[in-house]
Unconditional design. Structure first.
Length: 423
């Protein structure tokens, strides 16, 4: 069991998740802002720079040495897309000093370090240019290497085609063209804006008492609270299906289908989550058992969803000559759900598996923090009283899944095929 308490201190929400399950404590600081191409790229680079050195520990080696001295404390950062926003998260996990014989103030030391991490970019100057150049080069190389992963490349092309004039086409870690133009001053400006204007939240999970609020209140303060609604993109019904094919010298085609879901009810996002597990998001799904196992039309296949925005993507590796047959087969499996061609017992099994997965995620402090942050965002997205996740899941019926399937419309088909001709 765990208890959650939220306080607004220095105009920043701080959430304490008390649990006795773990011997470690995790602190995560979230920064949320609307997604843009330059913003995502700059913040991606900033997130990498922030955890490599600080003003107190000016080299990565010294920072790592300090973390090691504190029983292997683990400092990380990452960026993700969520709804119509871009999230930058800085986290640190450390051993709870209740389990340490040495007389050491772990929470105090870690809080000072985390404040150093968050505030060092204010001090970036010409001496940080080498660090900037190195991290920029490493990120460019990483983005280039991702292009060599044909599955990733095909998915990026699907997003570019499907969301041609929409912000969702931008990736959370940015793009090479924007990255190559960035300067250290761009990073400093992005950091200033993040610290001043982003929706900022601090969450901690572990066996901690109320003193943790005092400690974490030292991380940052604001003259007023910066919050704005958490929302997805507008629902757009596809006018006609977009097709695009690119040719490369590859053995296996990458066939990707993008769908939009025309949400109309409050429980549709959860229903899409359930639908996805039935359709292609699990090893017992229709796409896996029928298209891959029975029909042998795909070497690999799965579906994934963005439930906040109502998007679904089917991603597969297929034979170059079977792309059209594959697409028709996927649409037939969708029609099966529309027709209710699945057992109630299968639906209940899917729901049990989803509940079990959620319970597993709660067995990790980072999982607890993620779930609590989602709850925070949900509070910002509606003024109505919200039901618990489990309650909404259990309420999903076969008719709900059928009705949701009828709202799923094919938007884009992108194929990366072998050969030389570009269409």
């Amino acid at each position: 069991m765990h208890n959650v308490e939220k306080r607004i201190i220095n105009n920043i929400p701080i959430v304490k998740i008390y649990t006795e399950k773990f011997k470690t404590v995790v602190v995560s600081v979230y920064f949320r802002t609307p997604l843009t191409a330059k913003g995502a790229t700059t913040r991606s680079l900033l997130s990498r720079m922030m955890v490599k050195r600080t003003s107190t520990y000016p080299t990565n080696a010294k920072l790592l040495e300090y973390l090691a001295e504190h029983y292997g404390a683990h400092l990380t950062s990452n960026v993700v897309k969520k709804g119509s926003d871009h999230l930058l998260k800085v986290s640190i996990e450390f051993v709870n000093d209740k389990f340490i014989l040495e007389d050491i103030d772990m929470l105090g030391d870690i809080t000072k370090l985390l404040k150093d991490v968050l505030h060092t970019p204010f001090l970036y100057d010409e001496e940080d240019q080498l660090n900037f150049d190195r991290e920029k080069r490493l990120l460019i190389n990483r983005l280039k290497s991702m292009k060599d992963n044909y599955a990733q490349r095909a998915f990026e092309e699907l997003l570019s085609t499907m969301f041609e004039d929409e912000a969702y086409r931008h990736l959370s870690f940015g793009d090479i063209d924007t990255l190559e133009k960035l300067t250290l001053e761009d990073v400093k400006c992005a950091h200033q804006q993040m610290m001043d204007q982003d929706d900022m939240s601090i969450l901690v999970a572990g066996k901690v008492d109320d003193k943790v609020f005092d400690a974490l209140s030292e991380l940052h303060e604001r003259s007023e609270q910066a919050t704005y609604p958490y929302k997805g993109y507008p629902i757009i019904e596809p006018k006609e299906v977009k097709y695009k094919t690119t040719h490369l010298q590859i053995e296996q085609a990458k066939a990707n289908l993008g769908f939009r879901v025309l949400y109309s009810e409050s429980k549709d996002p959860m229903t899409l989550n359930v639908f996805n597990q039935i359709f292609g998001g699990s090893s017992s799904s229709f796409l896996f058992t029928n298209i891959r196992e029975k029909m042998s039309l795909a070497y690999s296949i799965h579906s994934q969803v963005d439930v906040k925005n109502g998007y679904m993507f089917v991603l597969a590796g297929v034979d170059n000559n079977n792309v059209e047959v594959f697409k028709d087969a996927v649409l037939r499996e969708l029609k099966r759900v529309v027709d209710g061609d699945f057992e109630e017992s299968f639906l209940e099994e899917i729901k049990r598996n989803m509940l079990s997965s959620r319970m597993e995620s709660m067995d990790k402090p980072r999982g607890l923090i993620s779930l609590s942050y989602n709850r925070l965002l949900k509070e910002l997205s509606t003024t109505k009283e919200t039901k618990e996740w489990t309650e909404v899941l259990q309420s999903i019926t076969k008719d709900d899944v059928i009705n949701l399937a009828k709202k799923i419309k094919l938007d884009t088909v992108f194929t990366l095929k072998g050969g030389n001709e570009n269409v």
